[in-house]
Design a protein around this ligand. Structure first.
Ligand SMILES: *[C@@H]1O[C@H](CO)[C@@H](O)[C@H](O)[C@H]1NC(C)=O
Ligand SMILES: *[C@@H]1O[C@H](CO)[C@@H](O)[C@H](O)[C@H]1NC(C)=O
Ligand SMILES: *[C@@H]1O[C@H](CO)[C@@H](O)[C@H](O)[C@H]1NC(C)=O
Ligand SMILES: *[C@@H]1O[C@H](CO)[C@@H](O)[C@H](O)[C@H]1NC(C)=O
Length: 445
């Protein structure tokens, strides 16, 4: 299906799969006219997303699925530390494509073709599935219909930034890479990209020719990482390496009643919050695309949990430390941090509440419980999380889980990941020129 008319697409999808059809308001909600440099952001499971599950899945199934996608995600994040990119294992083929978690509307080419591209703060890549692509799941970019499209050859400076081109000729710079559990073969290309009301002429991206696995976002990827070739690097004069987002919350069931399911991605320094708490943004040469911060401790209730400093240590030599990531759903802490946090959490819940598990979550309750507060203490900034940012509740309300887990031990080096559930309904500001990351509470609209 070609996504040239998103309104029609949204309505077809929504009215086909949703339990209630609200087509009259759907266009206004899912396709608001975008102003300035601010884009609407949707969760892939939102009623505005054509990638939402097409059959009803239970709450438990959706949680387990997100956990399994997080595993692939962590392998991907971990693989970024390896100098020579390795092919990570292909995830077992679930039909559902859901990684990364948030999408924005972007227009590519002349005349413009619309794509719902995934945003990913931990990737520099920009990709669009191109016509003739083998293995691409959904709409493709008809490059032959765009008058501004061109492929880059080997002599283009951008081709030198691509790791190990597989073909390098005067007219083609092709490369193979991996993303999550997928492989991608693409040609380096350029075309105009329109984001909200901004036009970025000659935007460089990979035109995907072939892909395997199901981690590649079906309508393309907009990497918001900080490395070469990323959106930030290509729009220095326009956006000055500054952006913020408010990631909308999302209910773990298909009966999504709220219409407030969109958030926003604001590009550039204009209109960013003035009153916001900051923590220094760190750059780790081992994983140069990622946004590192300095996590110092975690408070559960009034108690600062006893965690060895090594669990949070930032290490440029190994890539260890703490990152903010938009594409992981549930926060991961290294064992030495997770275990004491979990134990303190359980201790505060009292003996009468019985702990059970759900997939990778080991702290779930099936009785009503009084929840302690949780504060993440970063250098210069304490963030006390509302319960919705660290708990998940089953749709029937009978099960509540602490939505965090221990990071796998077998990865290349320790990484704590502040994931998107913890960031939802907050404004998170990435201010690269001033090396700081800001967080303030906000109800996304
Ligand atoms: C991509 O590059 C390959 C050579 O590596 C070439 O055969 C193919 O035609 C190119 N595709 C497009 C759409 O330019
Ligand atoms: C690159 O990927 C394509 C398509 O998957 C494959 O046919 C080709 O052998 C790969 N080339 C290299 C050098 O890995
Ligand atoms: C939706 O947002 C509006 C204003 O932003 C707010 O007044 C309203 O309560 C919200 N509705 C829901 C269901 O959250
Ligand atoms: C964060 O909380 C801790 C413990 O309550 C306190 O000592 C520290 O000063 C706070 N930091 C900031 C930046 O407010």
């Amino acid at each position: 299906m070609k996504a040239s008319n998103p309104l029609v697409l949204f309505n077809i999808i929504f009215c086909t799969f949703a339990l209630i059809c609200i087509s009259t308001t759907q266009g206004q909600v899912c396709n608001k006219p975008q102003k300035g440099s601010t884009l609407q952001v949707f969760h892939v499971f939102s009623p505005c997303s054509p990638f939402r599950p097409q059959k009803s899945i239970s709450w438990e199934e959706s949680v387990l699925q997100m956990q399994s996608e997080d595993k692939t995600r962590l392998l991907y994040l971990s693989s970024l530390a390896v100098a020579k990119k390795q092919v990570v294992p292909i995830a077992s083929g679930r039909g559902l494509i859901q990684s990364p978690t948030y999408i924005v509307r972007a227009l590519v080419g002349t005349p413009p073709q619309t794509f719902l591209m995934a945003v990913d703060t931990s990737s520099d890549a920009a990709w669009v599935p191109c016509s003739g692509c083998i293995g691409c799941p959904s709409s493709t970019f008809a490059s032959e219909q765009s008058t501004s499209f061109k492929t880059l050859g080997c002599e283009a400076p951008q081709c030198k930034q691509v790791l190990n081109p597989t073909t390098c000729t005067a007219t083609a710079c092709s490369f193979n890479t991996t993303y999550g559990g997928s492989t991608v073969a693409a040609n380096l290309s350029q075309d105009s990209l329109k984001l909200a009301t901004d036009i970025i002429p000659s935007y460089t991206f990979g035109c995907i020719q072939q892909t395997t696995g199901n981690s590649v976002p079906p309508q393309g990827l907009l990497g918001l990482g900080r490395g070469p070739l990323s959106l930030l690097s290509q729009t220095q004069s326009l956006y000055q390496s500054t952006f913020s987002y408010c990631l909308p919350g999302y209910k773990f069931s298909l009966q999504h009643k709220s219409l407030n399911f969109s958030g926003s991605l604001r590009l550039g320094p204009t209109g960013q919050p003035i009153r916001i708490k900051y923590t220094p943004l760190l750059k780790n040469p081992r994983r140069s695309s990622l946004y590192y911060v300095n996590l110092l401790g975690i408070r559960v209730g009034p108690k600062i949990v006893d965690i060895p400093a090594s669990a949070f240590a930032f290490d440029p030599a190994t890539g260890a430390g703490t990152i903010f990531d938009s594409g992981t759903t549930f926060t991961r802490l290294v064992q030495a941090a997770y275990i004491p946090v979990r134990d303190e959490f359980r201790r505060r819940m009292g003996k009468t509440a019985i702990v059970s598990s759900l997939g990778g979550f080991d702290t779930c309750y099936t009785v009503p419980v009084t929840i302690p507060t949780m504060t993440f203490m970063f250098s210069g900034m304490n963030v006390t999380l509302p319960q919705d940012n660290f708990l998940i509740h089953s749709s029937s309300g009978s099960t509540t889980c602490l939505a965090m887990a221990a990071a796998p031990d077998n990865v290349n080096s320790v990484l704590n990941v502040i994931a998107n559930l913890q960031q939802q309904n907050h404004r998170v500001l990435f201010d690269v020129p001033n090396s700081r990351l800001g967080v303030s509470r906000e109800t996304c609209t």
